[in-house]
Design a protein around this ligand. Structure first.
Ligand code: NDP
Length: 397
């Protein structure tokens, strides 16, 4: 059906390449490219399927990207490198007329902002060129936004209160490790909290609001309100929302490590001079922390991520909870990567499939909730991320 170029050979790239290789009727040709080609080769060898070609590319270099895209000729580029590369890859897609998909919004290297404004500014350019760009197609953002679209389409006349709840109930046996790229992860969880209420953003101190929430098959876990990027597009696309928040669970041990890392300056994103060389503390920290891609082997437990929604149906108040639980071990056995990479890589695969099948194709730059959720929801069930919905439940919120 189509050719795909995957950029980024980390945990998420591993899952995307593995899943796509298993769907030859959709992904007829696959190229996996990244800064370090040897990492692509290891993944391709493990897949053991000579349909996965590999290449070296520096995705910060637009002419290099353009050359690779022109020589391979993909129908879509799946960007699972880092958020810093988003705009460069979008520029290369524009220049070559190829569709674009990512899982995290653009972030400048020198400020942790989590805003869509840079990528939304490309809308008219993509529209005029007749090219589709699909933003935020991982789990959160991604599936959480599609869950919201599904709820709004099938179960509510008006959604009013949205709480996205993200629990990692897994145990990787390390004193401290992040589940995806440490630099991006630490930048995300150490920023101030922010949520939407009555038409405006309310800012909090980091981890200021917290309470235990009960997660299916996991139990009670302390959950913290943090800012997460899908809130920005969801409150724009669902203006009936009176409140939208994002909750994530953290263990005490994780928070203690995080506090120490911050207090000693290791989370810094400004370059410092060390022995005559400029280094960025958080990038150095990444080099000494466990590689998230290697956590899978001894990872036990599950993730549980979903949306708790309150709103109106037929004039009456209604509550609704939709979620997926994903086992780290099952994810590892299938793809060699842990659950967080799996829950990101499977939706990116499905998003690219939606595009190639012509189901999610419209010129411009769109967040995932702006497409029809139905075929995507069906594929989640078939491709390893089944969802469960509960009606009229205690949302605890
Ligand atoms: P990793 O750090 O494991 O992998 C990132 C990959 O991108 C590496 O192979 C890296 O290469 C490559 N890369 C980095 N810079 C460049 C560059 N300039 N040119 C080419 N390749 C580059 O990250 P993850 O796999 O954990 O995460 C991938 C993406 O998924 C991130 O953007 C992350 O934010 C996002 N994500 C989204 C989630 C969601 O639910 N929406 C959840 C989790 C992650 P090298 O090895 O050489 O450094």
């Amino acid at each position: 059906m189509g050719k795909v170029l995957i950029i980024g050979a980390g945990g998420v790239g591993t899952v995307v390449a593995t899943k796509m290789a298993g769907l030859p009727e959709v992904f007829t040709e696959i190229m996996l490219a990244s800064r370090t080609k040897s990492k692509c080769d290891v993944i391709a060898d493990k897949i053991g399927n000579n349909r996965v070609k590999t290449a070296q590319v520096n995705a910060d270099n637009v002419p290099e990207l353009v050359e690779l895209i022109k020589s391979f000729g993909p129908d879509i580029v799946v960007n699972v490198a880092l958020p810093y590369q988003d705009l460069h890859i979008m520029d290369a897609c524009l220049e070559t007329g190829v569709a674009y998909l990512d899982t995290a919004n653009y972030e400048p290297l020198d400020e942790a902002k989590y805003e869509y404004k840079w990528q939304w500014a490309y809308h008219d350019k993509f529209k005029d060129a007749g090219i589709t760009a699909i933003l935020g197609c991982g789990f959160d953002p991604g599936v959480t936004s599609i869950f919201t679209a599904h709820a709004a389409k099938h179960h509510f006349d008006e959604i009013q209160y949205l709480d996205i709840v993200d629990c990692n109930g897994g145990d990787h046996g390390k004193a401290f490790a992040t589940n995806f790229n440490p630099e991006i992860n630490i930048r995300e969880v150490t920023q101030k909290g922010k949520f939407w209420e009555n038409g405006e953003w309310v800012e909090t101190e980091p981890h200021e609001i917290h309470k235990p929430l009960n997660y299916p098959n996991i139990g009670d876990r302390e959950s913290y309100v943090i800012y997460h990027e899908e809130l920005e597009s969801l409150v724009k696309n669902y203006p009936t929302l009176k409140r939208a928040r994002f909750w994530m669970t953290f263990g005490q041990e994780y928070l203690t490590h995080l506090r120490v890392i911050q207090n000693i300056g290791m989370a810094g994103i400004e370059p410092i001079m060390y022995e005559g060389k400029e280094i960025v503390p958080i990038q150095f920290l990444k080099a000494v922390l466990p590689n998230p891609g290697d956590l899978g082997e001894n990872y036990t437990g599950e993730t549980s991520i979903g949306c708790r929604i309150k709103g109106l149906k037929d004039g009456k108040e209604k509550t609704y909870y939709i979620y997926n639980n994903c086992s780290h071990q099952a994810a590892y056995e299938e793809t060699g990567a842990q659950g967080v990479s799996y829950t990101t890589g499977v939706p990116a695969t499905i998003g690219a499939m939606m595009y190639l099948q012509g189901l999610w194709k419209k010129a411009g730059v769109y967040n995932v909730e702006e497409f029809n959720p139905d075929p995507f929801m069906e594929k989640l069930n078939q491709l390893g991320l089944p969802w469960i919905e509960q009606h009229d439940v205690d949302l605890e919120l």
